[in-house]
Design a protein. Structure first.
Length: 116
């Protein structure tokens, strides 16, 4: 599983990796940021090709800019072939547990799942 986590690092903000965040969508990101300290699951539902992936990455980037450690953010994009091994909820749980064991995030961590 460590090999998978190492491969997934290329698509995360860990180790200072800069990920394209696109044109800022403050109307959306500001509204979502207001709900981050609740236990609600946040789901973006919009038409195809309108920027949902960029909004997710912008939120992750904003979290880092306000002091959340990059290792506390786990971004999964099912559009990428490296994530093809995730097909069940148990595989997702195993991957999240491996991520936690490998990066050892302290406190709250944020899980972003794109193209689910």
């Amino acid at each position: 599983m460590d090999e998978k986590i190492a491969a997934l690092a290329n698509y995360n903000f860990w180790k200072g990796i800069v990920i394209e965040t696109g044109f800022p969508r403050h109307d959306y990101t500001d509204k979502i940021m207001n709900y981050l300290n609740t236990r609600l699951v946040k789901v973006l539902v919009m038409q195809r090709r309108v920027g949902k992936s960029y909004i997710l990455r912008q939120i992750a980037s904003q979290l880092i800019s306000i002091g959340i450690p990059a290792k506390n953010i786990f971004y999964i994009n099912k559009e990428f072939i490296e994530y093809d091994f995730l097909t069940t909820y148990t595989e997702l749980e195993e991957t999240v547990n491996a991520y936690k064991a490998s990066l050892e995030p302290q406190g709250k961590f944020y899980l972003f799942i794109d193209e689910i």
